[in-house]
Write a protein of this length. Sequence first.
Length: 339
Amino acid sequence: MAPLCMSTMRTHVETVTNLVTRDDITRTSRPRVHSSNTLSPSPSEFILHSLLPNFIPSMLTIKPVVIMGATGTSKTKLSIDVSKAIGGEVINADKMQMYSGLDIATNKVGLNNRCGIPHHLIGAISAINDDISVSFFRSIATTTTKSILMRGRVPVLVGGSNSLIHGFLVDHFDPSLVDPFAISRYQPGLRFHSCLLWLHAHEFVLNEYLNRRVDDMVDAGLVEKLKEYFDTMSTGKLAGHTGLARAIGVPELREYFAGRKRLCDCIDEMKTNTHALAKAQTEKIRHMANVWGWPIFSLDTTNTIHVHLTGSNHTTKAISWENYVSGPALSVINEFLDR
């Protein structure tokens, strides 16, 4: 499926929202069918509408699982493991991964590594679009969540863009807030009963892993892919790719291709900037928990990252992952879903 431009995506949001509105989720009256200016509902949709009133109190109660954490803390792996266990579908909340293209730089999970789990909002938006707004993400992620619930599955939101996560979860959304994390006396509530999981790791261990991941990205062809990207883009087109311009390696290697810096220096800068990103992400999640008082369950992935760095065998890695991350996470999630 080709990535959508913003205008096409908004039309899709409005059409799907006509099927199930916010009020339809919270009341027991019959959801309204498509209005006259949209496509007529199919017979199966008419059947669904006739059955919905009986299922709305339980099946359509919005209870998302949200997996947060700094880059490199294995959020993607946990989201797939959790989704396999609870019948979930993944909603991407990483802004860079929402754009199409530059899969290595944006660290998108490949189709072969998704274990058959449906993933939403990955590579879904054309790179020619401007920066994705929080209000746009709130709209499309809410619609996607409702669609997942309509199929009787669990929405699993995962990503490192904390501004998007805040925008999706906050009860009273104010699009004029440029940085809600910097506002004193701001105490946002949650609009959903949510299971919030935070993957974190000791800074030294995480930074060592991030260094290795940058090296792996370079070995996987990051430099060559970015050279192709810059070679095929005119100055005007590059100016239009404001979203992808902040992906890992794009601003740093642009200096190398322009002949202003050595490759090794650009790679070192990528590592330093990735460390700074991870630290900023961690500070925002701490703010959610400590200042806003959001009920966040923390999971320490330091041991699993250390085991990976030391080259331990598959069995040791699997045991560490289950004991420290996936096992505790599933215990919390299952208790949450059973309430």
